[in-house]
Design a protein around this ligand. Structure first.
Ligand code: BES
Ligand code: ZN
Ligand code: ZN
Length: 448
């Protein structure tokens, strides 16, 4: 995807300049594209600029491009080179299409990397980009080709290819563990649910793992609280959280980051069947807490609740991050721009923000004031899975109940996991974005 320049002539050369705006220039035999960064370049600006350069040149029939990293490296150092590399690589993402499509691979080189250990930086960045591509591929996959069982097979094969330990718990095994909330959702489909577990052990054996929990709803019809036509679009991507967690794990393992991380992906479909759970049901979660099902479309928090409990009780994680396309409410509030999140621990919050600073992704913290707890009180059970208002907050508070005193972060990626027809970032295209893979990677790496 991106190599160190070997002196071979290229169709185009790309210069980055802190003065000018994007401009195309033809000079002598080689063509030169000058990409402006403005006067205060940041790694994120550079990531977008590199992606824009590739996106501009590729459709022109270009076969090879040389990126001159001198200005970025001089102004930003190693983070500048990594950002340039990730932008150039991400822009080469080719979504799988189910029809004939001539492949036009692009050769991209970089030069001007100065004293930096460019091969090592490119290798690390490349592995993170591969993790993002895995998350995008899984999320873009049509639902008939990605049932819970298929998701498990894909996750296990990706994890094994980088030497990770894997386990898949069947519905029966989950029943024996008392995962009543997870199985209530799972009962709605002929495609059986399963709990996917990936264990990466790069750290010392005595160090407790960090837990990553990803929502793996392979299709969310809403169940008996059926969604309308318009809302069903893209609900094949309701496993984006699970895909994100897979991508981050594969990146960590490929880069041999010295940490211990355990990923849990509860995989289900939310459909309608004779055995489906119903609005009004009262179910018992693995934690022992009972839940009134106010709405079968609020299924994500049910499966996450049991996965969080499992992470804490069985996998003995010392902290947990869950990632989920959880609420339309969050998507309406923050759109594609930022991922809204909730957190119960200030030190963990600081680590997330430090990770986001390195990844360039945007996050916005949402409130968990105790006054909001009224939203999820039920007259018949410990909790109810819906609320009359404040949808994203109610969902966050619901999950917090299951994290208890364990440091916890909930990332609601309902708005950021998919880019619509006009993506707001140059390195995204319509469809899955792979958002949060790089931040989760940085969060785990920061612990090393
Ligand atoms: N998967 C949806 C959330 C979603 C909406 C993701 C739009 C991506 C785009 C989730 O399971 C859901 O249906 N949430 C409901 C909850 C409500 C019924 C309490 C919502 O937010 O509308
Ligand atoms: Zn739903
Ligand atoms: Zn859902």
């Amino acid at each position: 995807m991106l190599n160190i320049w070997n002196q071979e002539p290229t169709d185009w050369r790309v210069d980055f300049s802190s003065a000018s705006a994007l401009s195309l220039r033809t000079e002598g035999p080689g063509r030169v594209l000058t990409v402006g960064l403005g006067d205060t370049p940041t790694p994120e600006i550079l990531r977008q600029a590199a992606a824009k350069a590739i996106r501009t040149l590729h459709p022109l029939g270009t076969e090879s491009v040389l990126l001159d990293a001198s200005v970025p490296v001089r102004t930003l150092g190693a983070p500048g080179l990594s950002a340039l590399a990730s932008g150039a690589m991400l822009a080469q993402y080719a979504r799988k299409v189910y029809k004939e499509k001539p492949e036009r691979p692009l050769r991209v080189y970089v030069t001007g990397t100065g004293d930096l250990d460019a091969p090592a930086l490119l290798r690390e960045t490349g592995n993170v980009v591969q993790g993002i591509f895995l998350a995008r591929d899984l999320t873009n996959c049509p639902p008939n080709l990605l049932t819970p069982e298929d998701l498990a097979r894909e996750a296990v094969s990706a994890a094994r290819s980088v030497g990770m330990e894997t386990q898949v718990l069947s519905a029966q095994a989950c029943r024996e563990l008392g995962m009543g909330a997870f199985l209530a959702v799972g009962s709605s489909s002929a495609h059986a649910p399963c709990l996917i577990i990936l264990r990466y052990r790069g750290g010392s054996p005595e160090e407790k793992p960090l837990g990553l929990v990803g929502k793996g709803v392979c299709f969310d019809s809403g169940g008996y609280c059926l969604k309308g036509k318009a809302s069903l679009v893209n609900q094949k991507g309701d496993m984006a959280g699970g895909a994100t967690v897979c991508g981050a794990m594969v990146a960590l393992a490929a880069n041999r980051v010295p940490v211990n991380v355990t990923a849990l992906i509860p995989a289900v479909e939310n459909r309608i069947s004779p055995d489906s759970f119903l609005p009004g049901d009262v179910i018992t979660s693995m934690s022992g807490k009972t839940i009134e099902v106010g709405n079968t479309d609020a299924e994500g928090r049910l499966i996450l609740a049991d996965a969080i409990t499992y992470a804490i009780q069985v996998e003995k994680v010392d902290s947990v991050v869950d990632v989920a396309t959880l609420t339309g409410s969050m998507s309406r509030m923050l759109g594609q721009v930022a991922t809204g999140y909730f957190c119960n621990d200030e030190a963990f919050n600081a680590r997330l923000l430090a990770a986001a600073e390195r990844s360039g992704e945007l996050f916005w913290r949402c409130p968990t004031f105790p006054e909001y707890r009224k939203l999820i009180e039920s007259p018949v059970a410990d909790l109810v899975n819906t609320a009359d208002s404040c949808g994203a907050i109610a969902a966050g508070l619901f999950l917090e109940e299951f994290a208890g005193t364990t440091p916890w972060i909930h990332l609601d990626i309902a708005g950021t996991a998919h880019a619509r027809s006009r993506p707001i970032r140059e390195y995204w295209e319509k469809g899955a974005t792979g958002v949060c893979v790089s931040t989760l990677y940085e969060l785990c790496r920061g612990q090393a």
